[in-house]
Design a protein around this ligand. Sequence first.
Ligand SMILES: O=C1C[C@@](O)(C(=O)O)C[C@@H](O)[C@@H]1O
Length: 278
Amino acid sequence: MAFANLDGVILGKDCPKIITPITPRTLEELERQALELGGQKLEDYKGRELAYDTNGLEGSKPTFISDIVEWRIDCYEHALDPSAITHAAAILRSRTPLPILATFRTTPEGGEKDLATGQYIRLLTTLANSGSVAGIDVELSRGREVIATILHAAHSAGSSVVASVHDFKATPSTQSIVDTLTAMEDSGADIAKFVCMPKDAGDTLALMQATWQASQKLNIPIITAAMGPTGTISRVAGSLFGSSATFATVGDASAPGQVPASVLKPILTTIEKWAEEA
Ligand SMILES: O=C1C[C@@](O)(C(=O)O)C[C@@H](O)[C@@H]1O
């Protein structure tokens, strides 16, 4: 698995990264949620029961529970207006030190709004050109040409592209998930992300198996997650199978099965520590 850089946060290196979605509907909510996220500092979790070591983490830069903030643009009231989005992105940039991953999740993949392809390209390229975001999520289903156009804008602005697929209904076979993650790499994306809905633990295992196989094969970092109660384990232990990041909450959840970042962080640190000491 290779690396991807989101404003200095390196996916694929060291501990799995915690990505925290925010889902503001208004500018006021955006400011409040950004501040709430920034309020969760690593130092506050010193001395927690689980082995949680902040040594070496305290530099001049404050360190946070979350590594990256995911802004779910589709929840925003002016989500279809590129200039309103550019304005909101600049405000978010000024309110959080965390790298911003901008995601417009469309209705067919579980999001709140839909966009015609032309609008989708315009919105995401405008956002890339704004220079406020470190990463942009692009749905694989939009096709290679759309991805290439957004990739070009993102890379010119120094940001990365996450190609994504979300199956809210089911879990495909292991081979099909590996093929999808491979298609994301072939599209030129910097990170490949696959999220599904397991009906039972066997489906979650199929996702973990696919994560492991793809992480052995691909040259870009992978993110996978299973939603709902049977998927929760994938968010805690996915990194052991090759997932470079996990989505966790500060405040509202953006998908079923997400766990609070403040609970997850000590667990991830503990797993990492045990693995190093074993
Ligand atoms: O892709 C993902 C993962 C996610 O769906 C989850 O299950 O945690 C949450 C979304 O906000 C994000 O875009």
